[in-house]
Design a protein around this ligand. Structure first.
Ligand SMILES: [Zn+2]
Ligand SMILES: [Zn+2]
Length: 162
């Protein structure tokens, strides 16, 4: 689900990549960001509010992925509005990814697939080249190559075409 501001090329790139892994992926029409998620001090949208908002719309067999170029945030330790690249339930039926903090925009897919990995039940992975590595408060996508053997086996078991 494209959310708020995001260009058509980005939408198409994400959709095309997802289709290889999930042949029945559906591209939804773009929606406005829900106003309840907006947080004014840093002009960001609360990622936890966004995934909760999407999860209520997903039925049992669906997982919603929201994609946006707006800045998103969540509470981290003492910072109430910490800028992040994505957030997903683990496991669950909703996640969100933002390319606002992604340096090389063609790497945005790695954020989306990481969050979908969480919805499938994966935790963070110690392999630095694995899509499931922890971002550790910076953009890790330049070092990420693919899912490691272990994560790949887990997801293949869940029906992902990797
Ligand atoms: Zn993560
Ligand atoms: Zn891994």
């Amino acid at each position: 689900m494209p959310l708020g501001k995001i260009n058509n090329t980005t939408i198409k790139n994400i959709y095309d990549s997802l289709q290889l892994i999930f042949p029945d992926v559906v591209l939804m029409k773009k929606e406005q960001m829900p106003a309840i998620a907006y947080t004014a001090p840093r002009n960001r949208y609360r990622a936890d509010t966004l995934i909760h908002w999407m999860s209520r719309r997903a039925n049992k067999s669906q997982v919603f992925l929201g994609i946006t170029s707006f800045d998103i945030s969540s509470t981290k330790n003492d910072t109430p509005d910490f800028g992040i690249m994505g957030l997903g339930y683990r496991p669950g039926n909703a996640c969100v990814a933002s390319d606002f903090r992604v340096k090389v925009k063609s790497n945005f897919f790695k954020i989306a697939i990481h969050e979908l990995g969480h919805t499938a039940g994966l935790k963070h992975c110690p392999e630095k080249t694995c899509f499931m590595r922890d971002a550790e408060s910076h953009d890790p996508t330049g070092e990420e190559k693919e899912f490691c053997k272990k994560c790949k086996a887990f997801l293949t078991e869940k029906g992902w075409k990797l």
